[in-house]
Design a protein around this ligand. Structure first.
Ligand code: AMP
Length: 214
């Protein structure tokens, strides 16, 4: 099963994708995570990506499409994948269709996580991730049971994204509305779009997603 999770930054795509990975035995493909790995490598390309990401803009379509295409070819994607953060522009959505057709694959579900923009700034600026296992936490809404210790792997080290600050978040939300939201119409026309209430409690959002995916 191949699906796309759509929604602005902070909608909870990454959190839900991690849960769906486990229950449906499919792989989360986050273009943001892939780009952050290139940035962490310290390469010249990584430096270019970092400048774009820190400004809240988008990396070039060609680069992203090539990256996702080679990732889909890897063995662990055979059972299916969840696209998180891709496609983000109409050219990316069109290129995805062409690419999947060549690979004799298709997207079965596109699910929009509906949220209020106003709540996204608070969600994003408070979030952090376990450095050991990537479990997600939040200063206010999702604290670990023991302060400073990851519930899942027991590690005491956490990371915050450089672009999770109030100023960059506003540019990222703007980029979503200008460039990504129009794709929703593209998928509605294809008849594969559904939506869930992304403002609900995390477990209830998961239930809504599972009800769609079966
Ligand atoms: P995310 O982790 O999805 O919030 O992405 C973080 C940043 O990576 C974005 O603000 C963009 O600068 C870049 N990025 C991630 N995915 C894409 C994409 N599909 N196309 C262009 N830029 C992307």
């Amino acid at each position: 099963m191949n699906l796309i999770l759509m929604g602005p930054p902070g909608a909870g795509k990454g959190t839900q994708a991690q849960r769906l990975e486990k229950t449906h035995s499919i792989v989360q493909l986050s273009t943001g995570d892939m780009l952050r790995a290139v940035v962490a490598s310290g390469s010249d390309l990584g430096k270019q990506f970092k400048d774009v990401m820190d400004s809240g803009g988008l990396v070039s379509d060609d680069m992203i499409i090539a990256m996702i295409s080679s990732r889909i070819d890897q063995d662990d994607c055979k059972n299916g994948f969840i696209l998180d953060g891709f496609p983000r522009t109409t050219p990316q959505a069109e290129a995805l269709d062409v690419m999947l057709e060549e690979k004799q694959l298709k997207i079965e579900h596109v699910i929009e996580m509906k949220v209020d923009d106003d709540a996204m700034v608070a969600r994003i600026t408070g979030r952090y991730t376990c450095a050991g296992c990537s479990a997600g936490y939040h200063d206010e809404f999702q604290k670990p049971e023991t302060e400073g210790v990851c519930d899942q792997c027991g590690t005491g080290e956490f990371t915050r994204r450089d672009d999770d600050n109030a100023e960059t978040v506003r540019s990222r939300l703007q980029a979503y509305h200008d460039q990504t939201a129009p794709i929703l119409g593209y998928y509605k026309e294809k008849g594969i779009m559904k939506s869930v209430d992304g403002m609900a409690a995390i477990d209830y959002v998961t239930d809504q997603l599972n009800a769609i995916l079966g």
